[in-house]
Design a protein around this ligand. Structure first.
Ligand SMILES: Cc1ncc(COP(=O)(O)O)c(C=O)c1O
Length: 367
């Protein structure tokens, strides 16, 4: 990078976030039309949002000449009702990735220490490194990807911030409450518990917020609530931390369509419960089917599975062979903290899962 450009030097060390292959890439590469592509790569919900949400968003299009309410009071109140906490315990953002970024902005200074168990969601590293923090990684592969307080403890001593996925992406493993409580004893550190996939596990640490001032829970409306394309996420913590997040968030960080969709989605819980249960039951079918065809899915509490490949197979090559047949999964080759050869697959609709399994069988036979 040229010395004359006023760009942070740390950016020389960073790679942009890699979102993996998207359907347009497959059409361009293999000439497969979008209708023939099964996209199981981004942990999205395979079902559309409920009709009431779509209608409300279409209606809201008439008012896009106006800014949204800058306080997002209605949205915060809807979330507050959903999570059963007062609205001053809620901050909202443009997806939960915005919350990761806002938390780094409010807490980190150069050379601060961030502790991250791996393998995990790459954005925790990227967002921390932009603030020139030092990162300590904690390996979890030898404990079946469970996070152990005893292993974290020595690194927590000088930690400013700790990121914990629960259920974690890509392992699908949740942080056990007793382990979390032990870690939270490191009161000088702020713990971010990322519950982006909470609804698929049904287990949350919200009850710990009252007692632990150093805990922030972040959640996403991209997964369970089918709003990945609109971008809504939120953080739950004590009012002092929430006030800090409110100070650094950009004004109008959630657009009016996304805000409308989120408010209406939270009034349609029956729909979400129905599709949520369907996804969880499909996840277990998919796990059995993957085992039947000779692949190694790990137990998961989310809407995706991490799958181990048989000896001798390369994850990039396997994912590429699936892509050539119109099925997109995420190769986990080269992911920090993961030495096993694995890919991650999102639970799709029954038809999508069937096609995925069929293509896996074909590819396995061909190699
Ligand atoms: C663990 C985890 N957290 C956060 C996110 C970001 O979600 P969003 O910004 O769409 O809310 C993702 C996305 O895949 C994720 O896997």
């Amino acid at each position: 990078m040229s010395d004359t450009l006023n760009i942070k030097h740390v950016l020389e060390l960073l790679e942009p976030y890699d979102p993996g292959l998207f359907p347009d890439d497959i059409t361009e590469r293999y000439g497969i039309p979008s209708a023939g592509i099964v996209n199981l790569s981004s942990n999205e919900n395979p079902y559309p949002p409920p009709e009431g949400v779509i209608k409300a968003v279409v209606e809201a299009l008439n008012s896009t000449n106006r800014y949204p309410d800058p306080s997002y009071r209605e949205l915060k109140e809807a979330i507050s009702k959903y999570v059963k906490l007062d609205a001053e315990w809620v901050a909202v953002g443009n997806g939960s990735s915005d919350m990761v970024d806002l938390i780094c902005k409010t807490t980190l200074s150069p050379l601060d220490r961030v502790v991250i168990p791996v393998p995990t969601y790459a954005l925790y590293m990227l967002a921390s490194m932009v603030w020139e923090a030092g990162i300590s990684y904690v390996e979890t592969e030898d404990s079946d990807f469970t996070i152990k307080a005893a292993r974290m403890q020595p690194l927590l001593e000088d930690a400013k911030l700790v990121f914990l996925g629960s259920p974690n992406n890509p392992t699908g493993v949740r942080v056990k409450e007793e382990e979390l409580e032990m870690m939270l004893e490191a009161k000088h550190a702020t713990f971010v518990l990322d519950e982006a996939y909470y609804e698929f596990s049904g287990k949350t640490a919200v009850d710990l917020l009252d007692e632990h001032e150093n805990l922030i829970i972040i959640r996403s409306m991209s997964k369970y609530f089918c709003l990945a394309g609109l971008r809504v996420g939120y953080a739950l913590s004590n009012p002092q931390i929430i006030e800090g997040l409110e100070k650094v968030r950009l004004p109008f960080n959630i657009n009016s369509l996304a805000k409308t969709a989120a408010v209406h989605a939270l009034q349609q819980m029956e729909y979400y419960k129905k599709i949520g249960q369907r996804i969880v039951s499909e996840r277990e079918n998919l796990r059995k089917e993957l085992e039947r065809v000779g692949l190694g899915p790990l137990p998961s509490e989310a809407n995706f599975l991490m799958v181990r490949l048989p000896e001798g197979l390369d994850a990039d090559e396997f994912a590429q062979k699936l892509a050539a047949q119109g099925v997109i999964v995420r190769s986990l080759k080269g992911l920090l903290g993961l030495t096993r050869k694995c890919f991650r697959v999102t639970v799709g609709t029954e038809d999508e899962n069937r096609k995925f399994i069929q293509v896996c069988e074909d590819v396995l036979k061909s190699i």
